[in-house]
Design a protein around this ligand. Structure first.
Ligand code: SF4
Length: 269
């Protein structure tokens, strides 16, 4: 449940639990082909409303402190992605205790930068406000997979960005997305885009990815192109590995300067 990750933009993945419930949208959502749900099924974890979440073991909870010690020894901050097997801001009271425990772990691991990704920015906003920003080392990511998702999450992203740095994960990208003029520059610290990778993956039109790259570039927002998904730029299904992550001859790995600007850890952390 906590691992050295294969995700390019972070060093570790932390899951306080496995399990979730989908966030549907009328025109299709990122949850439709949720890879975590498929993966969890193989391990006997049930999914959806009223199902028991599988909580992390004590050895998983111990991992962030070990990552923190390693980062301190190396003198180099590490980035932790949370969560890949659920949504940390799922509105579910059964998860409150684990969320509170996570806050104390975040606050005591000064060498770690935490990237909390959610499709529930309204709940994230409430939580961040209740916890006074959680920490100066937290960035909240919001999935924006389509224009429709942007419309429904926009106002919470705007409010969140007044509390903590925010990144957008436009993955799996399911439609073109047009942000209002100056909106990205004002509210977003980092934009990640990518196609869907799963058995029934929906192809991503290359112009949708180009559109995001161009808007991010104009707004001076760092852009990271994570992957094509199962189909390449010609929309032919060739598999994720073959499709790769080169967009118009370039690997887009831009990172926010914020990562190097977060305050130095206290000596004891
Ligand atoms: S929010 Fe994330 S983990 Fe939960 S169902 Fe949707 S894609 Fe899966």
């Amino acid at each position: 449940m906590g691992t050295k990750t294969k995700i390019e933009w972070c060093d570790h993945t932390f899951n306080a639990w496995w399990g979730c419930v989908e966030v549907p949208l009328p025109s299709g959502s990122a949850c439709d082909h949720c890879y975590a749900r498929e993966w969890a099924k193989r391990w006997g974890v049930e999914w959806g409303h009223g199902k028991q979440r599988r909580m992390a073991s004590e050895s998983v909870w111990a991992q962030p402190r070990a990552w923190n010690a390693a980062a301190r020894k190396e003198g180099k901050r590490a980035r932790v992605f949370c969560a890949s097997m659920g949504d940390i801001f799922e509105a579910n009271a059964d998860l409150d205790a684990a969320r509170e425990r996570l806050v104390s772990v975040i606050q005591s691991t000064g060498w770690l930068i935490w990237l909390l990704l959610t499709k529930r920015p309204a709940t994230a906003l409430e939580f961040v406000r209740e916890h006074n920003g959680i920490s100066s080392r937290v960035m909240v990511g919001v999935t924006v997979e389509s224009q429709e998702a942007f419309g429904s999450r926009r106002r919470y992203i705007e409010d969140l960005s007044a509390e903590v740095p925010v990144f957008l994960s436009c993955e799996p990208l399911l439609s073109p997305i047009e942000f209002p003029d100056l909106w990205l520059a004002k509210h977003v610290a980092w934009l990640i885009a990518g196609g869907e990778s799963s058995r029934n993956a929906r192809p991503m039109n290359p112009d949708w990815a180009r559109g995001l790259r161009d808007q991010a570039t104009r707004a001076a927002v760092p852009f990271h192109f994570k992957q094509w998904g199962e189909s390449g730029a010609d929309l032919i299904r060739i598999g994720k590995k073959e499709a790769g992550r080169v967009l118009d001859g370039h690997t887009w790995d831009e990172m926010p300067t914020w990562f190097s600007e977060v305050p130095p850890p206290a000596v004891s952390e």
